[in-house]
Design a protein around this ligand. Sequence first.
Ligand code: TTP
Length: 213
Amino acid sequence: MIVNSAYTPSDKMPERVVLASASPRRRLLMDSLGLRIPVEIVASDADETTPDEWLPAKVVEQLAVRKAEAVRGRILSEGGMQPSAVIVGADTIVVLNGDKLGKPADAEEAAAMLNRLQGKPHEVFTGVALIDLHSGRMRAESRVTRVHMKPLDAARIERYIASGEPKDKAGSYGIQGLGAVLVDRIEGCYFNVVGLPVSLLAELLADFGVETI
Ligand SMILES: Cc1cn([C@H]2C[C@H](O)[C@@H](COP(=O)(O)OP(=O)(O)OP(=O)(O)O)O2)c(=O)[nH]c1=O
């Protein structure tokens, strides 16, 4: 957990939520909360490199903070009277035996990742960071879900890669798509695997004055 506690929570509801993400899945999950204030999308261009020695929870929390901070900086640099906002950043990685797997660079890397993941359990970590636009108050937390993947032969992995689904996904699979049939079972939050732990996000939003239900 990362908190900058120099700021006290405001009891005023922000006028909007800004999702610092280009991921269509995160947009859908955010929409599923049915917030009564507008949700805007501003993709972040934050650097996603981290020191090798960082533990997975630290990686996803810090990257979520970086994404949200980059978008906050961009909005504030526009100047003028910006409506109040809470900015949400998120980051997801897959971890196998301590090795962190991000998005594959190409089909070859996707095949190598799926070859390693098949037939075994691994962890999916997602970090979520919220920053208040004007005060800079920030909180970040992460969740982990254990995913047990079925044994897969090389031909099946090749067919899955040909579907195009692995391309932009951490660990080279998407549990919400065709990847659902590659997974035997999970322990923990499903939405955390897709890229946004919705229940945790609702708790954090409430702490920033944004109620869901
Ligand atoms: C494991 C898994 C990952 N993913 C996705 C979620 C994330 O979009 C992606 C991990 O990459 P991220 O770097 O977390 O996010 P992103 O680059 O897609 O989007 P942004 O930084 O703009 O928010 O992998 C799935 O969609 N399904 C899955 O089952």
